[in-house]
Design a protein around this ligand. Sequence first.
Ligand SMILES: [Zn+2]
Length: 436
Amino acid sequence: MEKSIFQIPLQVIGRYFFYSKSQWWSERKLDEYQNKMLIKLVRHAAENVPYYRNLFRKIGFDANTFRGKIDMHKIPFLDKEIVRTHKKELLADNAKKFGITHDSTSGSTGTPLHFVLDDSVQANKIAAILRSYHWGGYSLGKRTFSLQSYYFQDKPFHFSPFYNILRFDSNQLKKDAALEVIKEINRLKPKFFMGFPFDLVMLSKFADEAGVTVNPPESIVTYGETLSENKRKLLENAYHCRVFDFYSLHESAAMISECEKGNLHLIEDFAFHEIVDENGNDASERGFGELVGTSYYNFSMPFIRYKTRDIIKIKKENNRCECGRNFRIVEEISGKECDFIQTPDGRFLGAVMSHSIDNAQGVICSQCVQNSLNHITVNIITDKSFNRNSRMELEKGLRKRLGNKIQIELKQVQELEKRKSGKTPFIISKIGNEYF
Ligand SMILES: [Zn+2]
């Protein structure tokens, strides 16, 4: 049967109703749900997904005896490298039944990744995001200002009366455009702001420099990069309102959001989250480690125990939140920290820059180093599948974002540049535009 275009929106409504209830579940109820969903997913993977069929056979894992959370450690991790190299085998034989939407991301690590999402995981993600934003003061129809990468061709911003949203294209974030949109914000007075923390800070800086004030919203939700304490303070001071942090992945394998009481929660009715140490062992006792996530819903391409490469710290003591939800509390998320790029035409690009390399086939990881205002070196580590075509795609993506005035040098390397701290950020600025 042909699917209706309302399939996903209708599912979203159903799931939103579900999530508005499930957030208040008891620990036991949540536990039961997680086990039920994991068992369903793992058995489906064993039966219908070539990658998991082979893997389970190889390690002697019997999905029929799988009991849920307590048995998760028996399944090996999935990482970006496996997804990159086994995409075909990760697609379920019966994926068509669940829906196939191709998506890609390079995340904050600069590793381009292609994968498939089914209708259910998309509907669940939108519904769960809506609930998270609701914690942060959003409700459907509320007048909103959204600063995102829209790639508008004509002008930097547009107001849509239907969605009641003023959209500003972060790719065009420079002083004159910022001052124009601020006029529009002051006229329309949106009550809710959303966007990358870096972009919203830059907008307020432009306002400050020009001596204009921005009509304050009631609240802000940020996502896409780490919200440092510093940025949070800058935003709260600039916009005179509360800021809520939100974390999710294109891969839909994990989600963290801030509640009304100011705590970050693992969204445990959307995905199953684990924290592991350097050796892959459970690190929840230690309290910090790499976040590993499993989405309950992506049957077309199940990601089971997916390593996010982001480090989180969870709250071990006094870990009951006043909000009453039984989702674990996260004290800190680190990982998405990079400098920012300044283009010769006066634009500033933060973590959003990583989207420009999403489509580079054969790139294992990448990094942008700005050596001078007019020159950027893009370091890439590639495999055999990298060819002239992927080089062209990569250059096209970079040009689209960086414009024509900057010199871009693509460099195939064996290793990326590290900071003294040992971190390998996606963007390194050598002209002073450092992460703050
Ligand atoms: Zn809470």
